[in-house]
Design a protein around this ligand. Structure first.
Ligand SMILES: [Zn+2]
Length: 258
């Protein structure tokens, strides 16, 4: 079954963001990392690959990049993705300036997406679209905008865009959280930065909680309202106290997953 595998890889891709974001500030990318590489240039995207990356894989990625770009444009706004497809994970890590990224499928920096070849290869078809769309959403929104956007909102929104066209059921995407809710355990509050840290024991649930917070806002208040939350807060945009919002979100978790 491909979904759980996709889910793991999607999560893995999300894990990389914090480190990659830091790296983007300290280690700018060379404009052309591979002088002998392959460049596929669409009207709105550029995909660059190492010389030994198979042409079919690169063309497939270009199709996904364009599809992801359209989704991000429809839900957020224009983005002109630059996606790098290195030959090896080590090369990807060097480009991003991160440490070992075992199991990850892609990373977002301030202005581009870097594919991690071995993690990406393990993804299902749907998983690849979700990952590329998720990472591209980070590029489009400027991720957490220097910490001014709460992590539940940046990760939840990237997942909201990523999963929007996936056709996956809520209980499938949020399997770990659904198991807890069915057992009668609801989270007390929205996940914070520590919950998203690598190695966090409820890492999967943190992403699922964030995703469902954004899905709740979009469903109840509208997609435009969710977008307006970036750069603002639930008090201003939704007219709710934090406690009221949390209570509504917990009710939503019970309805969707219970
Ligand atoms: Zn992310």
């Amino acid at each position: 079954m491909s979904v759980p595998q996709g889910r793991r890889a999607v999560l893995a891709a999300m894990l990389a963001l914090a480190g990659a974001g830091l790296a983007a500030g300290s280690a700018p990318f060379p404009q052309d990392p591979w002088p002998d590489g392959t460049v596929l240039r669409g009207e709105h995207y550029v995909v660059v690959a190492g010389r030994r990356v198979p042409a079919g894989l690169l063309e497939d990625l270009a199709v996904r990049a364009e599809r992801a770009r359209r989704r991000v444009a429809a839900m957020w706004g224009p983005v002109r993705p630059v996606i790098l497809f290195p030959e090896t994970d080590a090369e990807a890590e060097a480009l991003a300036g991160t440490g070992a990224t075992g199991g990850l499928a892609a990373m977002a920096t301030a202005d581009r997406v870097i594919v991690l070849p071995s993690g990406y290869a393990r993804l299902s078809e749907t998983g690849r679209d979700v990952v590329i769309t998720h990472e591209l959403t980070h590029v489009a929104t400027g991720a957490t905008r220097g910490g001014r956007v709460p992590m539940w909102l940046s990760e939840g929104f990237a997942d909201h865009v990523g999963y929007a066209a996936s056709g996956l059921a809520v209980r499938t995407v949020a399997a770990e959280l659904a198991a807890e809710v069915r057992a009668g355990v609801l989270p007390d509050g929205l996940p914070g930065p520590a919950d998203f840290a690598p190695g966090s024991v409820r890492l999967a649930q943190a992403y699922e909680e964030a995703w469902l917070a954004c899905r709740y806002i979009a469903g109840r208040y509208g997609e435009r309202t969710l977008v307006r939350l970036y750069g603002s807060d639930v008090g201003t945009v939704l007219g709710l106290t934090a406690a009221e919002f949390t209570a509504g979100w917990r009710d939503y978790l019970r309805e969707e997953l219970g």
